[in-house]
Design a protein around this ligand. Structure first.
Ligand code: HAM
Length: 416
């Protein structure tokens, strides 16, 4: 037997309704916020992620699925969607559109990580990218969209938020951070030794105990923000309070991708049900478009892991808002199959979910199956019913059974 590749997951027929719901919620929220869907390819030129996601990130350093195609090009399965959208924005001249350009997508992402609960090698994200604005309102609107998405599933993870400053504040901060770390550098993990050179901010995110311990007393970015960044952050926090969105100002939050500037945030599972605590994350990235060769364009966005959302709900015992059912089952013991097929078609045209006996079961077994499907109505069709043009309909909720003329079926079901 050939097994599924490590770190990937099937979505089986008995759970796919959850994914349908995720997509439906995404479309509903997109409609309310006037977000337009964007689709980008599953693979891109490797260079896009090296330049976009950044050399200092674990994603680029350790986790990319990179291969050379038959034409000798280096391609990479996308580890995230933001860089692809930025590439598309530049390549398709989307900067000529009236701003803001508010986009959303659901995409598979591939990262060669050590698989564990909530950490996969292929995962999917619901993501939003808002191009154009640099305003407090656009930061908050982005957070509101993510927040509403979670709320639609009955969950309220805690929002952790930080401002990692503009390039100027970060330059000052990085100097201070390096100064602080330098005497302890030899005690720190190998990754942090590299981060010290390539991406010092990422040291703050290190999960290794000794590094965490050393960095406990490190200077905070919040103490190095310029007036503009500091004001911006205060206003974002103020607006979140007005909206009653609970948040924790987390001065150590830096995110694992190089493109972020200013506001960054994560939705955190504080009960640590998952092992992974970030259910979603995002922030502002005002330099990515220029880094990829486009004109300066401020952008803010987020990505929410769908598998993590589903796992979190399962662990917390939160049921899905809806399950799917079958409206009508046609139980039959007639050889007149064209009648059954025609009847099913007629009812489906009216918009009902209809099942028929494809397995050629006995009448008793068909009722048992209908029960299992949680069907609302069973229509019994035998030769007598066909001859009399009268169908017997059983309401499976009440047990009530009645005869209905074929030409009164529409009236009967539409009245329900
Ligand atoms: P990220 O924090 O790397 O951000 O991923 C976003 C979310 O995807 C995570 O919070 C988590 O829920 C989920 N996720 C990430 N890696 C895995 C994995 N290996 N297995 C399962 N779920 C995972 C980004 O990717 C950014 N592009 C988000 C963004 C959009 N920022 C601005 N715009």
């Amino acid at each position: 037997m050939i097994n599924i590749p490590k770190g990937t997951k099937d979505v089986l027929p008995n759970e796919s309704y959850k994914w349908k719901k995720v997509t439906e919620v995404a479309y509903q929220i997109a409609h309310r916020y006037n977000l337009k869907e964007i689709k980008t390819p599953t693979f891109e030129h490797t260079e896009l992620f090296v330049r976009g996601v950044g050399n200092g990130s674990d994603i680029v350093n350790k986790e990319m699925y990179t291969f050379v195609d038959k034409g000798g090009r280096s391609l990479t399965l996308k580890p995230e969607g933001t860089a692809s959208v930025a590439r598309s924005f530049i390549e398709n001249g989307l900067f000529n559109e009236t701003m803001p350009l508010k986009m959303w997508y659901i995409t598979p992402c591939f990262r060669y990580e050590k698989p564990q609960a909530g950490r996969l090698r292929e995962h999917h994200q619901f993501a939003v990218e808002i191009y154009g604005p640099n305003s407090v309102m656009s930061d908050v609107e982005t957070i509101m969209i993510a927040y509403e998405f979670y709320k639609a599933f009955g969950i309220e993870p805690v929002l952790h938020i930080n401002n990692i400053g503009c390039s100027e504040c970060r330059k000052n901060y990085i100097e201070k951070l390096k100064e602080f770390v330098k005497p302890h550098l030899h005690e720190m993990c190998e990754d942090c030794q590299v981060r010290y050179k390539n991406n010092p901010l990422r040291m703050l995110d290190c999960k290794v105990d000794i590094c965490k311990h050393i960095l406990q007393g490190a200077p905070l970015i919040s103490d190095c923000l310029c007036e503009k960044c500091s004001d911006h952050f205060d206003q974002v926090k103020q607006l979140l309070k007005v909206l009653k969105i609970n948040f924790v100002a987390d001065p150590k939050l830096v995110r694992g991708i190089d493109y972020y500037t200013n506001i960054v945030f994560e939705f955190v599972d504080e009960d640590k049900q998952l092992g992974q605590n970030a259910l979603g994350g995002g922030g502002r990235y005002n330099n990515l478009v220029t880094d990829l060769g486009g004109k300066p364009t401020p952008v803010v966005g987020f990505g929410i892991g769908i598998e993590r959302l589903l796992l979190y709900m399962e662990k917390k015992g939160i049921n899905f808002p809806t399950t799917e059912g079958v409206d009508i089952y046609i139980a039959s013991n007639t050889s007149n199959i064209s009648y059954i097929v025609y009847l099913a078609d007629y009812l489906r045209d009216m918009g009902f979910t209809v099942e028929t006996d494809l397995m050629l079961r006995s009448m008793k077994a068909q009722f048992k199956y209908a029960d299992k499907l949680n069907v609302r109505y069973v229509i019994v069709v035998g030769d007598d019913e066909i001859f009399n043009n009268q169908l017997s309909i059983k309401d499976m909720n009440t047990g009530e059974q009645r005869k209905v003329d074929y030409n009164k079926l529409a009236e009967f079901f539409n009245g329900k």
